[in-house]
Design a protein around this ligand. Structure first.
Ligand SMILES: [Fe+2]
Ligand SMILES: [Fe+2]
Length: 298
């Protein structure tokens, strides 16, 4: 039996994926269908392997656009606190937004899409609380911090999801969610251990991270989404893959913007938001004058 082949055009590049999992990136040379069979949108059915290939291909393509500028800083506790604030803001409105999109699909006579989105809304409920608990575990007044601070690089992501869920045909919200969950599911045990090592002794501030990693529910959310997207009509799959690409661009740019900040800048943002300095000294924070001048007690 012939293998399923799927393809989607994203800004001049066509991602082509086969059921076997192989993926190609193809630059359109002609809009003439006789010359280039991928010049017209696909119309056939999806399959797990090819839909997975398209979705992950879209993320790879998005990240490849900024690869040479990608920041790889040493992890710091201040950076982790800012990341938790970002995690809070990208999860706090998720259930409400997904339910809004689900209602729209019910109105449109697409109960299967509505049921999928409602299920996702249930699964995502309470995830903002995990980030707040982690902040509290670190001795940070989490509620005050998130109320006064949305990291600059995270704002466009939150806006994108709000906008997608409010569209007349809000199928793109699935692409956005896939992108965030797929990136989270890349995190391994070693990433969590690295964060634990940054935290003060005896403090567990990795609830959000664990649940949004390969160790938590994210891996199964990714698998369920691939299965669902593969079952959608071609037009929907095209839109979901295109949005996965757009979201991966925003995510790559947004995360990079945050990662490029110095620890001192991040500490200052946190201080301004909570109106006081963090309750402990960060590893590479400069010592204050008194400490610098202090003599060891003889
Ligand atoms: Fe979540
Ligand atoms: Fe999730």
């Amino acid at each position: 039996m012939a293998q399923v082949t799927e393809w989607v055009n994203v800004t001049g590049n066509t991602i082509i994926a086969r059921e076997s999992g192989e993926v190609w990136f193809h630059t359109l040379r002609s809009t003439n269908v006789d010359v280039d069979p991928f010049a017209t949108p696909m119309t056939g059915s999806g399959s797990l392997g090819s839909t997975n290939g398209l979705l992950d291909g879209a993320i790879n393509l998005g990240f490849s656009r900024i690869e040479s500028r990608l920041a790889r800083p040493e992890p710091t506790l201040a950076g982790y606190i800012v990341a938790l604030v970002g995690a809070y803001h990208t999860s706090v409105d998720t259930p409400r937004n997904l339910r809004r999109a689900a209602n729209r699909f019910n109105e449109l006579g697409r109960p299967e899409v509505a049921a999928y989105l409602e299920e996702r809304a249930r699964e995502e409920t309470g995830h903002d609380r995990l980030a707040l608990k982690d902040l509290r575990a670190l001795g940070v007044p989490g509620e005050r911090l998130v109320a006064n601070f949305i990291p600059e690089g995270i704002k466009p992501l939150c806006k994108r999801f709000d906008d997608l869920c409010a569209e007349d045909y809000p199928i793109g919200c699935i692409g956005y969610s896939y992108c965030l969950e797929r990136i989270a599911a890349l995190k391994r045990k070693t990433d969590i251990e690295r964060v634990r090592a940054l935290c003060p002794d005896g403090v567990d501030a990795t609830r959000f991270l664990r649940s949004h990693s390969s160790l938590g529910s994210e891996a199964s959310h990714v698998a369920e989404t691939i299965e669902f997207v593969a079952s959608l009509p071609a037009k929907d799959r095209i839109r979901v893959v295109q949005e996965t690409y757009e979201s991966s661009l925003l995510l790559a740019e947004g995360y990079n913007h945050e990662l490029l900040k110095s620890e001192a800048e991040m500490l200052e943002e946190i201080r301004q938001a909570i109106g006081e300095a963090l309750p402990y000294r960060c590893r590479s924070a400069p010592l204050d004058i008194e400490e610098r001048g202090a003599r060891p007690v003889a």
